[in-house]
Design a protein around this ligand. Structure first.
Ligand SMILES: Cc1cc2nc3c(=O)[nH]c(=O)nc-3n(C[C@H](O)[C@H](O)[C@H](O)COP(=O)(O)OP(=O)(O)OC[C@H]3O[C@@H](n4cnc5c(N)ncnc54)[C@H](O)[C@@H]3O)c2cc1C
Length: 519
């Protein structure tokens, strides 16, 4: 197709490092399209060296040096129904209102919400299961009407700073049943008549004002749509434009987890441990990048332990995290007797904003909706899907021209710009600059300063720390958040905050966003 943009080809000489040009050892999954039965995904096969990334940032977002672990996580065998068994296949050639590319939580949520609003919607993507274990604040999932998707609840959540300093947050936490969440989101898609095409998207044409764009699928099918939204995960640089990454590179949250049967463990099965920041070994080494333990105790003997590096640049490797986890368990006297599952959690937290003037839309991690200071995005994607879908539907509505009430078909380009403004208005950009400032601060803290930071953070009024974690404090409230943090913090942290604001580029960026983008 002559009209298709090929940014990856454009970049494939000169810009990419040799390793990137050779394909970074990237696995390509071959998808079984014929079977209509409920089946295990264990048969997904891996053939190396096929996919390329548009730049270094995209490569790091996809997994970088940790790519093989990221792929192991994505290819875990699961017993979940096939999407093709639930949704009607899209077989004809008609132009649809919206194509949603990617069948993760963000894609499924957006597709169902858009179809519920009367748009003709096709979901396009490999028919893959949900393999990640999501943890959520119970109240936030209840508010989304998704309480039935929570498979285990802890009535309280704890923070450990030292052996004598444990703080109970007074907030219930839940583990999402990945199969339940996927089933519920698929049910909503089915109910709203979302169509499905099982294929990776390889390319997309430029938007034609009147006829929209055309997706080129690996299956050989072309799909025409008025608008396309990429919900294809963080590494979507092949299709979307992003602001340039700072020279210091991308920061990533990594965590290595194990769900195990143990002889005994020291945690209360009624309390989820959000962060255990006690030393993982006899004493933390000078200058070490901090990590903490995240614990979901299901019973006296069954437990999920995850050694987590909140953010690091360069990335903290899974091997380092695994070593730390076992050193810590040894220190706690925990003996593993059976392993149920290993988990490799890789979340790029330092992604730059998408260009909000581009013609194709994005949602979820592809739209940089991951909270820079926490790594969470799923609740935000699920809760913003209705508003964003409504904005897309409104942007595609024919407009009445004033005198003769002639219906004017909206052109796809202005519809896309309208929708981008709803997803990333200036207010959201200001909030994000604040979270980035927070992320850059966290990247500089050693373990003792990290403890001090979180002791201070959880002393703030509940509305403040909850709002920061949920990213629902307004940019004005975030100024209050900063002032209160400064008031509550000990002098050491105050000095770090001031120095960070003055010296770190994220401080200047924060001031720029707050002054230039103020309404
Ligand atoms: C182990 C683990 C645990 C995590 N835990 C949490 C948590 O507790 N809370 C939280 O908020 N976040 C968590 N995260 C981060 C979270 O997974 C992601 O932020 C979330 O999955 C993003 O959802 P998404 O739908 O935007 O993208 P994804 O879940 O990445 O889905 C993208 C989809 O797009 C498809 N796709 C990619 N390229 C193409 C293409 N070219 N054509 C068609 N389809 C394509 C992929 O196959 C995939 O199905 C975790 C991540 C991991 C790895």
């Amino acid at each position: 197709m002559a009209s298709l943009i090929k940014p990856s080809t454009a970049f494939s000489t000169g810009f990419l490092t040799k390793e990137l040009q050779e394909g970074c050892g990237v696995a390509r999954i071959s998808y079984c399209r014929s079977s209509r039965r409920r089946q295990s995904y264990a048969k997904a096969t891996v053939a190396p060296l096929q996919k390329k990334y548009v730049d270094e940032g995209d490569y790091v977002k996809a997994g970088g040096q940790e790519l093989s672990f990221v792929q192991m996580q994505a290819l875990k065998p699961m017993d979940q129904p096939k999407i093709a068994d639930k949704l009607t296949a899209f077989t004809d050639d008609k132009v649809l209102d919206l194509a949603v590319i990617g069948c993760g939580p963000a894609g499924l949520a957006l597709a169902s919400e858009a179809a519920r609003r009367g748009l003709s919607v096709v979901l396009v993507g490999p028919d893959m299961p949900f393999t990640n274990n999501y943890g959520v604040w119970q109240d936030e999932f209840d508010a989304l009407g998704l309480e039935s998707c929570i498979e285990h609840t802890w009535k309280d959540t704890a923070m450990y700073f030292t052996d004598n300093d444990c703080l109970l947050l007074g907030r219930a936490y839940g583990r999402v049943g990945r199969d339940r969440l996927r089933e519920e989101l698929l049910r909503r898609c089915q109910e709203a008549n979302v169509l499905y095409h099982c294929s990776e998207v390889e390319d997309i044409s430029r938007v034609d004002k009147n006829s929209g764009s055309t997706l080129a699928c690996a299956s050989g099918k072309s799909i025409k749509c008025r608008l396309a939204t990429f919900a294809s995960g963080a590494a979507s640089g092949k299709f979307l434009k992003y602001e340039a990454l700072e020279e210091r590179g991308m920061s990533v949250q990594t965590a290595y987890g194990i769900e195990v049967e143990v002889e005994k463990h020291p945690y209360d099965p009624n309390v989820m441990v959000f962060m255990d920041y006690r030393d993982y070994k006899a004493e933390s080494g000078e200058g070490e990048v901090p990590s903490f333990l995240y614990v979901m105790p299901f019973s006296e003997t069954r437990v999920f332990f995850e050694e987590t590096c909140l953010a690091a640049r360069p990335v903290m490797s899974f091997n380092t995290l695994k070593d730390r986890l076992y050193t810590r368990l040894n220190k706690l006297g925990v003996k593993v007797v059976h392993m149920y599952e290993e988990e490799w959690s890789y979340i790029p937290v330092g992604a730059t904003l998408p260009d909000t003037n581009q013609q194709h839309l994005a949602f979820g991690a592809a739209a940089s909706m991951v909270h820079p200071a926490t790594g969470y995005s799923v609740v935000r994607s699920l809760s913003e899907a209705p508003t964003y879908a409504a904005a897309i539907a409104a942007a595609l509505q024919p407009r009445k021209a004033s005198p003769g009430y002639l219906q004017l078909q909206r052109d796809s380009i202005s519809a896309a710009l309208e929708a981008w403004n709803v997803l990333w208005p200036n207010e959201r950009k200001r909030q994000r600059a604040f979270f980035f400032f927070g992320l850059e601060l966290l990247l500089q803290l050693d373990v003792q300063s990290m403890r001090t930071f979180f002791q201070t953070f959880f002393k703030l009024p509940e509305r403040m720390w909850k709002g920061f974690l949920a990213a629902d404090l307004s940019s004005a409230e975030l100024i209050w958040f900063a002032l209160l943090t400064f008031l509550v913090a000990p002098n050491t942290l105050r000095m770090q905050l001031v120095k960070h604001l003055i010296k770190d580029p994220s401080g200047a960026n924060l001031i720029k966003f707050y002054t230039q983008l103020w309404p």
